[in-house]
Design a protein. Structure first.
Length: 233
């Protein structure tokens, strides 16, 4: 069993795989010759029934805070949120793909396929070296087209990518980027996760446990400011 240092989540520790994205962010539709405008909107979260808590709190059975009470952390957004091209403006310190030959301001994946990826953005291997996907695939590509990358929607890696993006986007997320990387390294190589300093026993996390844990937290305290693209009339 691997033992991983369980650090606090109040602030993020930069990691070497995080690279500035501003230079590479493009307005979708430019390659198709269309014109769109950017509108600033806030993507609000639905009222959730889960509880946001750190991995150590979950494993130890600590149920505070309780549903309906003050939340102490953000549960982040789901893989479905992060793979929507309209949400590229929410990506922080990691690059989404650059797309080509797509409609102006797509509202979802629609007719977009792997062939529309002009640049993969941040590569999965730079974050999760043991990920079971070819080395040329980027974070967004795996979220958007998991089967083409060799995994299934809902697999551990699919959720790990969303969790990593959450750890970059939300200062109060339940895990830091480095924690997510370490957890991924453990679970993707057949280990079980137990925070440092804890005696987990049978409560140590297997991949299915981690997926269930993060899935119940999605959308808790996770409002996002987005630059949404809208077609000109």
């Amino acid at each position: 069993m691997k033992n991983i240092e369980n650090t606090t989540h109040e602030e993020h520790t930069p990691d070497v795989a995080q690279t500035p994205q501003l230079k590479r962010r493009r307005i979708l539709g430019a390659a198709a010759g269309g014109v769109g405008v950017l509108l600033s909107v806030q993507a609000k979260t639905a009222l959730g029934t889960g509880v946001c808590k750190s991995p150590s709190a979950m494993i130890s059975g600590n149920t505070s805070p309780r549903p309906g009470g003050p939340q102490m952390c953000s549960g982040g957004r789901s893989p479905g949120f992060w793979r929507n091209p309209q949400h590229f403006s929410a990506w922080k310190s990691a690059n989404p793909a650059i797309l080509k030959d797509v409609d102006v301001c797509p509202t979802g994946l629609g007719k977009i396929g792997p062939e529309n990826i002009a640049d993969q953005g941040t590569l999965v291997r730079n974050i999760f070296p043991s990920a079971p996907v070819p080395s040329h695939w980027g974070l967004w590509g795996v979220l958007a087209f998991p089967k083409d990358a060799g995994i299934n929607e809902g697999d551990l890696l699919w959720h790990l990518i969303a969790v990593y993006l959450n750890s970059l986007a939300f200062n109060d997320y339940a895990m830091t980027p480095q924690q997510v990387i370490d957890i991924g390294d453990t679970l993707l190589t057949g280990g079980v996760y137990c925070p440092s300093g804890m005696s987990c026993g049978s409560n140590a996390m297997l991949p299915a446990d981690f997926v269930a844990y993060v899935s119940q937290m999605y959308d808790i305290n996770a409002d996002v400011e987005l630059q949404m693209c809208k077609k000109n009339p």
